[in-house]
Design a protein around this ligand. Sequence first.
Ligand SMILES: [Zn+2]
Ligand SMILES: [Zn+2]
Length: 267
Amino acid sequence: MLPDFHIHTAFSGDSDTPAKKQIEQCISLGMKELCITDHHDYDSGMEEEIFLLDFDTYLPALCRLRQEYQDQIQVNIGVELGLQLHLKDYLEALASSLDVDFIIGSCHFIDQKDPYDSTFFQGISEQEAYRRYFEVTLKRVQNLDCYDSLGHLDYIIRYGPTKNQNYSYHAYQEYIDPILKTLIQKGKALECNTAGFRYHLGQPNPGQDILKRYRELGGELITLGSDAHTSPHIGHSFPQAKALLEACGFRYLTTYHRRRPTPIPLT
Ligand SMILES: [Zn+2]
Ligand SMILES: [Zn+2]
């Protein structure tokens, strides 16, 4: 199975699955490598900051696991970094100091609120909320360089009142196109996050239209991840994602080692 480059473990505030269990699931699925990417959302605005990693514990623990499993699978070490504009200096200093293989840059908190929390949609139309999400994402992508791949570009549609029923790439093209162009110009990857299938969207985040558009615009760097917080979700819907990526014109996936891209043939 293709490598899963978006995996959470008990080091994340929203998972209680031991890293060992996640690694062993990847081995049982026949993966040659994986990347653990636990959450680090600094200054999220939550009352209790549950998405902060203690890197002094996290990194040595994963290094030990990398060694322990080196004959069975390549364990890469990553982080899913919460992007916020006012943290530019903090995030860029952190990213350049971390000895990791891969950094996913994700937009979870918009105006100090996560769309995961239903109050995000109070007093605002779904369309306005989605527009705000993409507008903020664009500004972050334009101004921040502290990541390798943009995580789940349309994360918000997992939680909107009508999810993706009234959503299309074209409705938000004025933001999405410049997001894609900026990623390409900066040499950043776009993530194909298969959790969308688990959220009953019938598509990854983002879906076919956006993946295809990224390719049309010249984008070549695609990372693949399940966003699994539990073992049964590792590699979720990877066969569908593979077929979708091929249909969009991609021939390679990209994995990262010491923050350098490596192409992996899709076929
Ligand atoms: Zn995320
Ligand atoms: Zn995640």
